[in-house]
Ligand binder design. Sequence first.
Ligand code: MTE
Length: 323
Amino acid sequence: MVAMLIKHRPDIAPSEIISRSVYLRRREFLAGFAAAGLVAGLSPGFLRDAQAAPMKGAPSPLSTTDETVTPLRDVTTYNNFYEFGTDKGDPAKNAHTLKTTPWKVKVDGLVNKGADYDLEDLIRDIALEERIYRMRCVEGWSMVIPWVGIPLASVLKRVEPQGSAKFVAFETLVRPAEMVGQRGYFQALPWPYKDGLRMDEAMHPLTILAVGLYGETMPNQNGAPIRLVVPWKYGFKSIKSIVRISLTDAQPAISWQEQNAREYGFYSNVNPQVDHPRWSQATERRIGEGSGLFVRRRPTLMFNGYGDQVASLYAGMDLKKFI
Ligand code: MTE
């Protein structure tokens, strides 16, 4: 990808690494405050934090539960969201201009009951779950993020896919007035950002549409108000700020494959045995774990460690060819 430079964060001390238990305590604290209506009298700094309203999900058995979650600060300041710039810090600086309410998601194509959902209706009707997932970026870093979301399958079932639907295509918002990366001379990608899944990948129980993280509404830089999360695929498959989901019979075009088909394929399953043409995919750096000379590299796991659940989707496929 264009901005593949890995920036170290020497400013983050190990003591800032928030453990899951601390996160849970913080979450309960914030939720308790909001419920008690005590937020009104607090300082602006605290208010900003609490404004990301509580967005709780029932813990799901499909979570990765044994790993330390990545500090919230890293999750929200080290982002890829090219609509707001190509530097890792750009989305945190620029994404506040995005207006996320009201928000409509059109679900159309090969379905019996196409819909223009108001996001609020959608998440009122489908129970929210917390899914703690590893995320492995194609650039060689990874995070563990406590998402709040709904299974994509629950949304797709509502619109009644037709038998001929074989793929699901996703599109991000195009609104240059609110997205600085969609304006001006240098455009990192053609817009809208597009991605897609095969129907069985989309219906898989691990695949979610996330609307929050760390028990709060989704920060803009992480893809507010609704983004895809497919934990066994490289991070770029997890398209942000989705406005359209279309069911199709042909494999849809995806932004990164359109940009550079030699380097990025439609599947993009995490695979330590298949290197990116310009670098190895055998190991990864967990964001928040040391810096500089002390960076620990972990072995990357096939399908990002979700092989037991998803390997059967690719039985018989040559994963060196279908990258
Ligand atoms: N979605 C849109 N619309 N635009 C983007 O530039 N970047 C992708 C993906 N989704 C991107 C996107 C990439 S390359 C990654 S690694 C993940 O978002 C990063 O998600 P995060 O910032 O929440 O970690």
